[in-house]
Design a protein around this ligand. Structure first.
Ligand SMILES: [Zn+2]
Length: 211
């Protein structure tokens, strides 16, 4: 049910950003008793959980950088680069382990990633602007050597690094956050507030394994 409170609506209009939301849900291969899962399971690619996309069309979230000075009476200390994310619980009841990505473009992150041609040629954050694609001293040019579709670097046939070679991409992308502790459950008049961390693209860094 959509939320309508004059105070929250005004705050949302001023500060709110559109977002996508994925719920982290245990996979059917997860054993409740042993807490173990099937690392060969194809459905969850051996992770033991699935990220299930939720519909949040028209909803907005207010994301605040918690900065270095936050100290919460309940919830403890929040470190730099941590964030506070507000949503209305009836719209998007974010829970621990969920992920959200801001899509409005009001806030972007800069990321440099090593990708491997043919294996991991997908960047971690949805790409908005690519600054540079290079391998060692070889600088590649958009259109001539590559194009970008979504968050994937597409190489022009016969151009770019050889399959298996590592190259780097410096780009601006849409921020993706991992949701941590729920700090405030929220009420019908007060939004829910959760602790969030900007996701670090470890999973797509060459040489670093998945979760
Ligand atoms: Zn599974």
């Amino acid at each position: 049910m959509p939320f309508s409170s004059p105070l929250w609506t005004a705050r949302q209009t001023r500060l709110g950003e559109t977002f996508t939301w994925s719920r982290r849900a245990l996979c059917s291969c997860h054993d409740a008793q042993t807490k173990d899962w099937n690392r060969a399971h194809s459905t969850c690619t051996g992770k033991g959980y699935l990220l299930v996309s939720q519909t949040v069309t028209g909803y907005k979230t207010v994301v605040a950088n918690a900065g270095r000075k936050w100290e919460l009476a309940t919830g403890g200390r929040i470190l730099a680069n941590d964030f506070l994310v507000e949503t209305f619980a009836a719209e998007a009841p974010l829970a621990e382990g969920d992920e959200i990505t801001l899509t409005g473009g009001e806030r972007l992150v800069r990321s440099a990633e090593s990708l491997r041609r043919g294996v991991d040629d997908t960047a971690f954050y949805p790409i908005v602007t690519v600054y540079e694609v290079r391998r060692d001293t070889t600088l590649y040019t958009v259109v001539t050597h590559y194009s970008v579709s979504g968050n994937t670097v597409l190489w022009v046939f016969g151009q770019g690094p050889s399959t298996g070679q590592v190259y780097t991409v410096l780009y601006q992308g849409r921020p993706r956050y991992w949701i941590g502790e729920v700090l405030r459950r929220g009420t019908s008049a007060v939004p829910q507030m959760v602790h969030a961390k900007l996701m670090v693209p470890d999973e797509v860094r060459v040489g670093v394994g998945g979760v």
